[in-house]
Design a protein around this ligand. Structure first.
Ligand SMILES: [Zn+2]
Length: 334
């Protein structure tokens, strides 16, 4: 839910370009360019397809690391006139299927062959985010098993490759995602005016999880027992069109409605370890040599409240945003 920021953008773009240019990986880019040239031969120089493939070959490196905003500019220029070369629409103008030319463009750029060999490896090596950006309810993990990388995420195309095949291997059009969100997102348009973009926006800045109307205020009072079935998870901020769209597309309230038990546990923990007690624990928790067991208040809070207090840590663990917000809503953690 936090925007994806590479520590050193230039360096990451270089690593990505190197990956695609396949240093030590059998010249994949040469193959992409060769395949694009082969594809061009199927058309004559009066045709749009011929010119478009030429444009792509000339701008190959730029397209690889093109910014989301520049992608939108390209799409807005290309799509109104030439979108029909890439995909078919019905009489309402809705997407029906990719054209043979669109399919060939994805093939020539090599998305399928790069996906497992290079793209997942790239995200594995540069990845400091371990959860799905869209929902923060699932891990997007990679690990090594029997000397082979095992990858437990899908790669989502932010601008769908079925409509915009020319961005099928562009870095800022790709994002590790859980299978559910990838499926929910489908092939619809994902304009930055309508949706939060993984490389531009922190979704979590625009809404908070709360306990909705059904949750009686008294459950937050000390001593009242909590029945988690009395809790209702809701979100604020739905007056913002992007929050509303994000919630509807990825069914955020539907997913988190299942986590009422966790919410009740968070409230219980907050009662058990109020701020005054946590401060005491920091002072008094010492090892046998009288050294503090916890470095700072943040470490204490992480252990006793299960909270990652900083928003920068949200992408580290599933449900971090949820736990932060419910803790703060319950007014025992600020
Ligand atoms: Zn997800």
């Amino acid at each position: 839910m936090e925007k994806i920021e590479f520590h050193n953008r230039n360096e990451v773009e270089k690593i990505y370009t190197d990956f695609i240019y396949a240093k030590g990986l059998h010249g994949n880019t040469k193959k992409s360019i060769d395949d694009l040239k082969e594809l061009r031969k199927e058309y004559h120089c009066g045709q749009f397809q011929y010119h478009f493939v030429t444009l792509l070959i000339r701008n190959f490196k730029r397209v690889l690391v093109m910014s989301p905003k520049e992608m939108e500019i390209w799409i807005k220029r290309i799509d109104p006139c030439f979108g029909k070369c890439f995909y078919e629409v019905n009489n309402k103008g809705e997407y029906v299927k990719q054209t043979p030319f669109g399919e060939k463009l994805v093939q020539s750029l090599g998305y399928e062959r790069l996906q497992n060999k290079i793209l997942k490896k790239f995200f594995h090596e540069t990845n400091n985010f371990k959860t799905c950006y869209y929902c923060n309810s699932q891990y997007t993990l990679t690990f090594v098993k029997e000397e082979l990388e095992s990858v437990k995420f899908q790669i989502d195309h932010i601008f769908p490759k079925k409509k915009y095949p020319y961005f099928s291997i562009s870095l800022y059009n790709l994002i590790p995602s859980c299978a559910n969100c990838n499926l929910n997102k489908g092939d619809g348009d994902f304009w930055t005016k309508d949706y939060f973009h993984p490389y531009l926006d922190s979704v979590g800045d625009y809404f908070k999880f709360t306990l909705g109307k059904k949750s009686d205020g008294t459950i937050l009072l000390k001593g009242a027992s909590i029945d988690h079935s009395d809790l209702q998870i809701d979100i604020t901020g739905t007056g913002n069109i992007k929050v509303k769209n994000h919630n509807e597309l990825f069914d955020i309230t539907g997913i988190y409605g299942n986590f009422t038990e966790i919410a009740s546990e968070i409230i219980e923990l907050g009662r058990e370890y109020p701020e005054s007690k946590r401060k005491e624990l920091l002072k008094h928790y010492k090892d046998s040599k009288d050294r503090p067991l916890f470095q700072d208040q943040e470490s204490i809070d992480r252990v006793f409240l299960r909270v990652y207090p900083n928003k920068k840590d949200i992408n580290k663990r599933p449900l971090s945003k949820f736990i932060q917000d419910i803790s703060r809503f319950s007014d025992f953690y600020n």
